[in-house]
Design a protein around this ligand. Structure first.
Ligand SMILES: NC(=O)c1ccc[n+]([C@@H]2O[C@H](COP(=O)([O-])OP(=O)(O)OC[C@H]3O[C@@H](n4cnc5c(N)ncnc54)[C@H](O)[C@@H]3O)[C@@H](O)[C@H]2O)c1
Ligand SMILES: O=C(O)CC[C@@H](O)C(=O)O
Length: 380
């Protein structure tokens, strides 16, 4: 793989000796990570296939590829909104069931097609839950297609907020999305808060005939409630990327087999992003786009850099500094950032004596609260 450069061996080491994994949707929840593993790059946005807490505890830095597949998901979501509005699933089924000559089928089509007459999305209201990489793109393009757009995201990132059209109206209560929208789409991670957001409590607030979409994660939808509100006419159409035997034979539901991010372009973007993050982390210790450790960027201008993953408790930095001074080494630069229960330190040393550096490393490895220590030598 080009992104990794010549210094990495790819796919030719046993799994339990690898320092890095790049994965797509492989489930790691029951996986035993070896002590060799330093990092995992998720070539996608969602990372609920990875036990992030366990990775943090073991000092494994997890990266994802934010936005790498956002355009792909956006395009499919917009297509599915139109697909649902134009009754294309039942219409296609009806047409496929016709028997006869092309001429007789043409006659049947002209007579029967009014049953599938649809609605245009232009002028309708779309409510978007989650205005991140995908949601913000859906918002901007839906607005260009003539829709009125309302969005809900209490945790919106500043960069995304800047990118969103000023015509997109942000609401502060989730209920406003359900009450006001003709179309509702969700683009959040799966969390305790978003689990079963699509359930009776919110369906009860919706307009009759709403088109609902879920291209985020399966568990966002309460399937029993969904079927009930399709049955009573509240939900006209449901398009989702997550299959269930409850869905396949329902004319009001269209299921794609988790294809939102599955385009050649997205796949390449995400893999490159994950590979770049891993390459940078392994060669410089810098962290960008990690889901479990803070962003830490610092140019390396000293002969040695030690990277430390530690518990985010008081006095760790003082402990690090005093171990360095005990070895008579001068600190050229130190950056320490905490995030939740863990912190990350880049320690650049003005020292060329490798014996002293190795002693320091041994001291760090033996220290309480320090989970992982790595030594990086500046390439000359
Ligand atoms: N179907 C697919 O193939 C596919 C592809 C990519 C992503 N996804 C899913 O879509 C999700 C979103 O992807 P993204 O790239 O836009 O991620 P993102 O991190 O850029 O955006 C997620 C947004 O959700 C917001 N959010 C979090 N909790 C929320 C809540 N309770 N209510 C409202 N907003 C909330 C965040 O503030 C953020 O702005 C991913 O986590 C993944 O689960 C699916
Ligand atoms: O990797 C995939 O195919 C799924 C991608 C998607 O669910 C994501 O969260 O990025």
């Amino acid at each position: 793989m080009e992104e990794l450069g010549k210094n990495f061996v790819v796919d030719r080491v046993p799994e339990n000796e690898a320092q890095a994994f790049i994965c797509r949707a492989q489930n790691f929840h029951d996986y035993k990570f070896s002590d060799h593993l330093l990092t995992i790059g998720r070539a996608g946005a969602g990372f609920n296939n990875i036990p992030v807490k366990q990775c943090s505890e073991q000092g494994i830095v997890v990266f994802n590829a934010p936005g790498g597949n956002a355009n792909a998901v956006k395009e499919l979501v917009l297509a599915m909104m139109i697909f649902g509005s134009r009754n294309l699933k039942p219409a296609n089924k009806w047409l496929s069931d016709q028997v006869g000559t092309d001429q007789s089928i043409d006659l049947a089509v002209e007579k029967g097609k009014k049953a599938f007459s649809g609605k245009e999305i232009s002028g309708k209201t779309v409510g978007i839950i989650g205005l991140g990489n995908i949601g913000s793109r859906v918002a901007n393009d839906a607005e260009k297609l003539g829709m009125k757009v309302i969005g809900y995201d209490p945790y919106i990132a500043v960069e995304r907020a800047w990118e969103i059209s000023s015509h997109v109206h942000r609401v502060t209560h989730l209920s406003e999305i359900f009450e006001q929208s003709d179309y509702i789409t969700i683009h959040t991670p799966l969390t305790d808060e978003t689990h079963h957001i699509y359930s009776a409590e919110n369906f009860e607030k919706m307009k009759k005939g709403t088109v609902l979409l879920n291209f985020a994660r399966d568990e966002i939808t309460n399937k029993a409630d969904l079927l009930e509100y399709i049955e009573n006419g509240t939900i006209k159409y449901f398009a989702t990327d997550f299959g269930s035997e409850l869905f396949y034979h329902n004319d009001a539901i269209f299921v794609s087999p988790h294809l939102g991010g599955s385009t050649a372009e997205a796949s390449l973007n995400c893999t490159k992003m994950a590979a770049n993050s891993i390459q940078r982390y392994l060669t410089t210790g810098e962290i960008i786009n990690s889901v479990n450790f803070p962003r830490v960027v610092q140019e390396l201008n000293s002969p040695y850099r030690i990277t430390l993953i530690n518990k985010n408790v008081p006095n760790v930095v003082a402990h690090i500094a005093s171990r360095v001074s005990e070895e008579g080494i001068n600190i050229a630069n130190i950056v320490n950032r905490g995030q939740g229960d863990y912190a990350y330190t880049l320690l650049d040393l003005d020292e060329t004596n490798e014996t002293k550096i190795q002693e320091l490393m041994s001291n760090f490895k033996a220290s309480d609260n320090i989970i992982r220590v790595r030594l990086i030598k500046k390439e000359i």
